[in-house]
Design a protein around this ligand. Structure first.
Ligand SMILES: O=C(O)C1=C[C@@H](OP(=O)(O)O)[C@@H](O)[C@H](O)C1
Ligand SMILES: C=C(OP(=O)(O)O)C(=O)O
Length: 450
């Protein structure tokens, strides 16, 4: 596993011909984390096909081993997890290092909150800046003891207890917080209820069902959802097929949409309706995206995307759609820079507390590439003139994989090359991004001559 502590590796994307070909993107990051966690909690052996082998997920794999599960990569490329059932984790004898991963950090805090020992957590400098109060509060309300430095951020320690179930309304639309509470509820007697104001990705609920548990989800007036979970149900090992990550497919889809003449098919993409907002939005902007072979695999909707370059128009993105495409806004900002007219994107406060402040990081980069925009507290309004932006920017990625890949996509279609200050961060979620783009005809190269 590489770390972010050694020398940065600048990477440059330059404009070439159109992109063409058929590819697959690596496995879904959210589902990969959860398959390792639930595999370790279920009695028996779970075989995972298509696991994302990105740094974030490898952190979860290492942490589950530290918690006593057997996690192994098999010769055929699949992964195997042997669990001992809910409530059977072991005390780790070293700190769990969650690296750059907010999902691993928050889900595992919930998981160990009901375990009768203390678990120490740390991460990289990006993770140490991210808010943890959102999980700390409900977990403390359930009875866990959490000790951290001031401000409630990482590093911190969670001392597990016999918890009490709660009835909790999420103050922010966050699947990570919802999942942390559900994981804490697994070994907690009684009914835990989580109400979300806007539905967020439901991979945790889907996976619980896949492992044989009953989860009751009720749609509420006004668009929210209530999730009820009766604690101490048995989980039984079940094989998992991880679909391609729609968040990774989004980079390819935008690149193909903005680079004239492109014609690309991305097969086996997860199209869970709570994750597909980027494709809905790009289509509304005029992108030529055809969804083919829609099917269901292991409780998740999957399909192939055929994307051809087309003219894009600015639109107003409904703020209530944000949770279904929260990680895709950086690359949507890039698409909007190539569109004709204004694209208005609001309701995005959450982007300020991701791996970086994504609104600020994108604004700085867009400015250096000659894009016209207005920065808002909770979003951006981008004004395109239907032509490729000047490009030429030197982008600060702030340890944020999505900032890096978004600007490399910009560089593939802008007038001048775009350089990101550290391409290694792409390993977080999309190992092999540059090579995969290369296979389609895109030119992304590491600047090794430092
Ligand atoms: O639950 C998950 O797997 C994730 C939830 C989202 O975060 P929030 O829950 O903070 O919105 C998303 O940004 C992250 O990449 C993955
Ligand atoms: C926000 C992200 O991940 P995480 O919160 O797990 O760090 C992301 O992948 O864009």
């Amino acid at each position: 596993m590489t770390t972010h502590s050694s020398v940065p590796l600048p990477v440059t994307a330059r404009r070439t011909g159109p992109l063409a070909g058929t590819i697959k993107v690596p496995g879904d990051k959210s589902i990969s984390h959860r398959s390792l966690i639930f595999g370790a909690l279920a009695a028996g052996t779970t075989r995972i096909t298509g696991l994302l082998e990105g740094e974030d997920v490898l952190r979860t794999a290492a942490a589950m081993r530290q918690l006593g599960a057997e996690v192994e990569k098999m010769e055929d490329g699949s992964w195997q997890v042997r669990g001992n059932g809910v409530g059977a984790l072991a005390e780790p004898d070293t700190v769990l290092d969650m690296g750059n991963s907010g999902t691993a950090a928050r889900l595992l805090m919930g998981l160990v909150a009901s375990c009768p020992f203390t678990t120490f957590f740390m991460g990289d400098t990006s993770l140490h800046r991210r808010p943890m109060g959102r999980v700390r509060l409900p977990l403390e309300e359930m009875g866990a003891l959490i000790t951290s430095r001031s401000g409630g951020r990482f590093p911190l320690a969670v001392t597990g207890r016999d918890l009490m179930p709660i009835d909790y309304e999420l103050p922010v639309a966050s699947a990570q917080v919802k999942s942390a509470i559900l994981l804490a509820a697994l070994d907690t007697p009684g009914l835990t209820r989580v109400t979300e104001p806007k539905p967020t990705r439901d991979h945790t609920e889907n996976m619980l069902r896949h492992f044989g548990a009953t989860v009751t989800v009720t749609d509420l007036d006004g668009g929210g959802r209530r999730i009820d979970y009766q604690g101490q149900q048995e989980l039984t090992a079940a094989d998992i097929i991880v679909p391609g990550d729609p968040s990774s497919a989004a980079f390819i889809a935008v690149a193909a949409a903005i680079l004239p003449g492109s014609d690309v098919t991305i097969t086996n993409v997860g199209l869970n309706p709570l994750r597909d907002g980027i494709f809905v939005t790009l289509k509304e902007m005029g992108a030529d995206i055809e969804i083919m072979n829609l099917r269901e695999e292991a409780g998740e909707r999957v399909g192939d995307l055929h994307v051809r370059a087309s003219r894009l128009n600015g639109i107003e993105v409904p703020p209530e759609r944000a949770p279904t495409m929260i990680d895709e806004f950086p690359v949507l900002f890039v698409a909007a820079s190539f569109a004709t007219g204004k694209t208005v994107m609001r309701g995005l406060h959450e982007l300020r507390v991701k791996e970086s402040d994504r609104i600020a990081a994108m604004a700085a980069g867009l400015k250096s590439c000659g894009v016209k925009f207005e920065e808002l507290d909770d979003g951006l309004i981008i004004e395109g003139n239907g032509r490729a932006p000047k490009g030429g920017g030197k982008i600060e990625t702030h340890l944020d994989h999505r900032i890096a890949m978004s600007f490399l996509v910009m560089g593939l279609a802008a007038e001048k090359p775009v350089t990101v200050d550290d391409g290694r961060v792409m390993e977080t979620s999309f190992p092999g991004f540059a090579d995969l783009m290369g296979g389609l005809g895109g030119q992304i190269t590491a600047d090794n001559h430092r």
